[in-house]
Write a protein that binds this ligand. Structure first.
Ligand SMILES: [Fe+2]
Ligand SMILES: [Fe+2]
Length: 356
């Protein structure tokens, strides 16, 4: 474990195989007000770097065993915040350039003097501090953006919840149905290969599929038995009303809710409404919700009929493969039916709705 030393003064590690040079470097560095530890080779230096947090390393390029350049690369890989000043011999210009491109702050040619060394160390430490401050600032900015984005997402989610609450007042749908549709759609979206993040959007957006029913008169919404053709026509307008309510949003969740509200009664074979769209021209989110909605409607009592047994629900869905429903999505849904049934049996299933 690396021990963080007292940060009042910078901590320097002087690495050199020559005991005389080590001694001199250490004295100069200490005289300049820094703390200094010493290492006689790359291995010793690495072991100290792993145990203590140094701010800067002065590193001899040529040492018996592992070279300074090699150690520099490892330091920059593992501890990029440690500044490194290289000390080179007379003919080491190429290696010195290698050192700079490998992340050393600078290099001094031996023999060096105290003034040059301390000036180089000071500059390296200053540059290191600027880099650390910048990083800290960027991290705090990123955190701020992350918090604000999360707050915005919460606000969007709350908007949707409030819209749903409004529809519950009109008893457009039951609370249970609305929540189940969200979870079933999310599960199907995941099975269809959506990312978790995208699938979460459909969980939040799907419950708004019938929000347009707010605009349908009670005499139609709650009518037991069959609707007349004119009443049916009016009832179908809930797709358009819902789409108008959710139109022109820049919030991805509400954009998806708009697509779903408008298209969830379109059929794969083009026999649905409001536009009679076929196949993939209906957005996938709406094709997913169409299946989730039909499944839930068939599995629960409706004002005009009781719930169907599980087997009949499944065969009713299968019969509509390629007709009402996207066949591939329906296959995906049938694969996750056991999970859907488990969800249905859990506390999500809190009540049958006597609604259309
Ligand atoms: Fe609907
Ligand atoms: Fe529904």
């Amino acid at each position: 474990m690396r021990v963080v030393k007292d940060r009042e003064v910078a901590h320097v590690l002087a690495v050199d195989d020559d005991p005389g040079v080590r001694e001199l470097l250490s004295r100069w560095v200490t005289d300049a007000g820094y703390r200094c530890a010493r290492a006689e080779n790359a291995r010793d230096a690495w072991s100290q770097l792993q145990q203590y947090e140094f701010d800067l390393v002065t590193l001899d390029l040529r040492m018996p065993g592992r070279s300074g350049l090699d150690l520099l690369k490892q330091i920059k890989r593992e501890y990029p915040d440690v500044a490194v000043v290289m000390l080179t011999g007379g003919g080491d210009t190429t290696s010195a350039i290698d050192a700079l491109t490998s992340g050393a702050f600078g290099y001094l040619q031996k023999p060096t003097d105290k003034k040059a060394l301390i000036s180089e160390i000071r500059k390296a430490l200053e540059q290191r501090q600027v880099a650390l401050d910048n990083r800290l600032y960027l991290e705090s900015l990123a955190e701020k953006v992350r918090r604000q984005t999360a707050a915005l997402a919460d606000a969007h989610e709350e908007t949707i919840q409030r819209l749903i609450r409004a529809s519950l007042y009109r008893e457009v749908e039951t609370d249970g149905h609305i929540r189940r549709i969200g979870y079933y759609s999310e599960l199907l979206a995941l099975q269809a290969g959506w990312s978790c993040e995208h699938a979460k959007l459909i969980r939040l957006a799907a419950p708004l599929h019938d929000i347009g029913k707010i605009g349908i008169p009670d005499s139609i919404l709650r009518k037991p038995g069959k609707l007349s053709p004119q009443e049916s026509y009016l009832m179908q307008s809930h797709t358009i009303i819902g789409a108008q309510m959710l139109a022109d949003s820049e919030v991805p969740m509400l954009q998806m809710a708009h697509e779903i509200a408008l298209h969830h009664h379109e059929h794969w074979d083009g026999s649905g409404y409001p536009h009679g769209q076929r196949g993939h021209s209906t957005p996938e989110a709406a094709r997913i919700v169409a299946i989730a909605d039909a499944y839930d409607a068939l599995s629960h009592d409706r004002i005009y009929r009781p719930a169907l047994p599980a087997k009949l629900v499944q065969s009713a869905l299968e019969e509509e493969s390629g007709r009402q429903f996207d066949p591939l999505l329906l296959d995906a849904f049938l694969k996750i039916l056991p999970a859907i049934r488990m969800m249905q049996d859990s506390n999500l299933d809190n009540g049958n709705g006597l609604v259309r």
